[in-house]
Each structure stands twice: as C-alpha cells, then as structure tokens.
Design a protein around this ligand. Structure first.
Ligand code: PLP
Length: 448
C-alpha cells in the first residue's frame, strides 16, 4: 500500500506550482495527521509546518475547539445555497467580521478562496463606477511583483512574470507601477533615508489617469509571493490619501496577511487606514476549510442598491458561497482569537521571532533578512555585499528547503528567498528549532 499510494500520487495528481517531470524524481511524503505546528507522515516522521500549509493555518492542526465547531455543524447541515436562503453561521460570521474589520467596512460578500475574493473585489469596484454613472473608470493600478491569485482577473493584476507572463494574451491591461520592495528599492533609497519615493510613479499615474481608474490593488505591508518584501506603513497611509484625492478605490488584498500574521488582526491596522474593499481567505477558518470574504464600505454597497429593473445587481456567486461548515469554523475561530487573546499574545512572541530571525545575518550568503509579525524571510545571494544573485538555474532556495524537509521542517522557497510563516501558536523553543534547521541547511548549501 505504501508504494502503491506513492505511485498513484505521481500517476494521477497534477500538483499545483509543480513541474511534474521533476516531481517524479522526488520522494512522496504522504501526510497522515497533524497536531499543533506538526504534520506527521505515514511513517510517523514529524515536520514543523513552517509555512502554515500555504499560509492558512493559524491555531495549529487538529485544534479541539475548531474540530468541535465542525462536528457540531456537520450534524446539522453541510451545505445550502446562500441566495434565497440564509443560515446562522454565515450570518454570525458576517456580523463578527464587521465588528473586527477596520472601520467603515460594513458588508460581507462570501466566496471560496483568495483568488475569488480578489475577483469579487475587482468586479465590485468596476461595477460601482458603472452604477454610479462613471462607466469610463474601467482600469486598475497594480504593483510590479504583485500576486493576487491564479484566476484570470487576479492574474491580470498580478505582476510576477514567471507565473503570469504566459497568460498575458488572455488578460486585461492594467497600469503597472514600481513596488515598495525595499531591499531592491526601485527609487534607490535605503530604509534610513526612505521617504516613500517609490510612490511617485503611482502618484503620477493616479493624478494623470484618475478619470479612467476604478481602483488600486495592493498587498498591505508585505508583498508576499514576490519574496516577503515588507514595506513601511507610511506607504499605505500616503496611498490612502492619494486614492481619496483622486477618487479611486483602495483595494487591500489581505488574503495572506489577515488574522494575525503581521502581529495585528489586519495588516491595514498597522497604518491606521481603512480600504474601500478588503479581501481575506486563508486564515479566515484557521486553515480548516476554503472560505473567503470581500468586505465593502457602505458607499460601495449603496451604489448597488436600487429597484431590480435598474440593472445594478451584483451578479456574482459560487456554488459553495458562504458554506455552513466553513462559516461555522470561521465564527468559532474568531471567538477563540478573542477568548485565548491570540493577538495580545503575539506582541511578545513576534519580538522573539524577529530577534531570532536576525541570526541569519551572520551567514555570508545572506543578502537580506526581513520580517514583520510572524513572517520572516532570508534572501540568499551569491555575493551579499554586492547584491549579486545566484544564477537561477542553481535553484539555491529549493536546495535549502529540500534539506529542511528532510530534517523535519516543511518549508518552500520563493526563488532564492527562504521564508518562515509558521502557525501563530508556535512556541519560542519551536521557533528556535525551525530556525536552527534552516540555518544549518543554508550553511550546507551555500558552503558557508
Ligand atoms: C496576497 C494574495 N492574494 C491572493 C492569493 C490567492 O489565494 P488562493 O490561493 O486562496 O486563491 C494569495 C495566495 O497566496 C495571496 O498571497
């Protein structure tokens, strides 16, 4: 059975973000169970879930409180439509979210995952302007290096050539502007001299083309898939002011960073701003079930409010919109965040996490160490001082994380960036162990 499963895995599954030819040569790790920050394979080997199973898990695996919420709901109803009907978990989760969201975001639209949350936001923003008598506002502004998901609208606003370039003929055009990737600052600034100069091209596009633009979409505080580039809160505050001045929506894609990842419930809180539309998914159910939300301001909601024959309805939805199992877990997840003081508990832990992360600065082939909250990243360079990258073909990042997996820490690279995004419940000794495994793997691969 052991080998049979591994053979079927390779024969029948086409894996995400995977060159299947390469995967044929790799060992198949079949996960059997999870507990806290650990995943266990069928041979009993334990792996620290160093990336929270693609950034979704917050409270750990097999959490008794979330399990119980799921059991309770499954004995009632697993799914029913949300159009024409409603159910308690979806109602409660919407209400509770509005209470914790940045101010002004009063209306919750459910979908299935981060990409669909982004599709909803783009379509809402677009139709808002149609419904408001400004149909000439049809375009979006997006950042170089942005990642917003893999459906075609999300790919259109995405800016990672390796993933997105091949699909360009299928996509809509956007205004693309330089991003606040501080280590590779597009304006050539250093953190100590930065005055958000990189916002200037964004400001120029907005001032010149405001009449054509629906909205600006950004990943608040951290450009995640690009390589966990953390940028200053001042950037967000100034962007908020620019969007207000030019009357365009600010769309915050918090799919990767909401629910405590940056140390606050939502990353926008760090800048004290409220976007017009906010997208969340991943941590919404603590990493249990696919569920997403796009929340909108009253102003946006009201532009869709009219008699049916006025044609202002938002015609969008998915079969599993607002699924009762997902929303039931989502409600319990939010309650548990409150009861267990998860956000308050992060204050000390994030300091420890960020301090310990600094150990990677000692390694000669580390160009940059950056982080925020419970996110940390180490960018590997052939020559750190000259900022000379390794040739892409060397797959340095992948070689490092392959060793980490063999040594008990499940990590995946973003190019030559090795990053850490563990469940929020990780303890200081577990943080040490995760970093130790990665440190030794980097030493081994880079020969330092
Ligand atoms: C910022 C951001 N937006 C959207 C997505 C897409 O989410 P999903 O993979 O759930 O579709 C991701 C996924 O990593 C993301 O990081």
């Amino acid at each position: 059975m052991h080998d049979q499963l591994a053979a079927w895995d390779k024969k029948y599954i086409w894996k995400p973000f995977t060159q299947m030819k390469e995967y044929q040569e790799q060992e198949t790790i079949v996960i059997e169970r999870g507990e806290g920050i650990y995943l266990y394979d069928r041979d009993g080997n334990a792996y620290i879930d160093g990336i929270s199973s693609w950034w979704v898990n917050t409270l750990g695996h097999n959490h008794p409180v979330l399990n119980e919420a799921l059991h309770r709901q499954i004995d009632k109803v697993a799914h029913c439509a949300l159009a024409g009907l409603s159910h308690e978990p979806a109602i409660r989760l919407a209400k509770e979210l509005v209470e914790v969201l940045p101010p002004g975001l009063g209306h919750v639209f459910y979908s299935d995952d981060g990409s669909t949350a982004v599709e909803v936001a783009l379509k809402m923003s677009f139709q808002y302007w149609v419904n408001s008598g400004r149909p000439e506002k049809t375009r979006f502004v997006a950042l170089e290096g942005a990642y917003h998901g893999d459906t075609l609208g999300a790919v259109s606003v995405g800016g990672i050539d390796q993933y997105h370039q091949v699909f360009r003929p299928l996509l809509f055009e956007v205004f693309r502007v330089p991003a606040p990737r501080c280590y590779h600052c597009p304006a050539g600034c250093r953190p100590d001299s930065c005055d958000c100069e990189c916002l200037e091209p964004m400001a120029a596009v907005l001032e010149k083309h405001a009449d054509e633009i629906c909205g600006v979409i950004i990943e608040p505080m951290v450009m995640a898939v690009a390589g966990m580039y953390v940028y200053p809160a001042a950037y967000l505050r100034r962007l908020r002011a620019l969007c207000d001045r030019c009357d365009v929506h600010l769309i915050a894609d918090e799919v990767a960073v909401s629910f405590g990842r940056t140390g606050t419930m939502f990353a926008c809180e760090q800048a004290g701003i409220s976007p017009d539309l906010i997208c969340m998914a991943k941590g919404l159910t603590g990493g249990y079930l696919p569920l997403a939300v796009t929340a909108a301001t009253d102003r946006i909601y009201e532009a869709f409010w009219d008699d049916y024959d006025q044609g202002k309805t938002f015609f969008h939805g998915h079969s599993y919109t607002g699924n009762p199992l997902g929303t039931a877990v989502g409600v319990r997840n939010l309650e548990y965040f409150r009861e267990a003081g998860i956000i308050a508990g992060l204050q000390e832990k994030t300091v420890y996490f960020q301090q310990q992360l600094q150990r990677f600065c000692r390694l000669p082939h580390v160009g940059d160490v950056r982080g925020i909250g419970m996110i940390g990243a180490v960018e590997l360079m052939a020559d750190g001082e000259k900022r000379q990258p390794y040739p892409a073909g060397q797959r340095i990042g992948k070689r490092v994380t392959d060793i980490c997996v063999r040594n008990g820490a499940f990590l995946r690279p973003l190019g030559d960036v090795v990053y850490f995004l563990p469940p929020l419940i990780i303890t200081p000794p577990e943080i040490d162990r995760l970093f130790d495994i990665a440190y030794r793997a980097i030493e081994q691969v880079t020969g330092s």
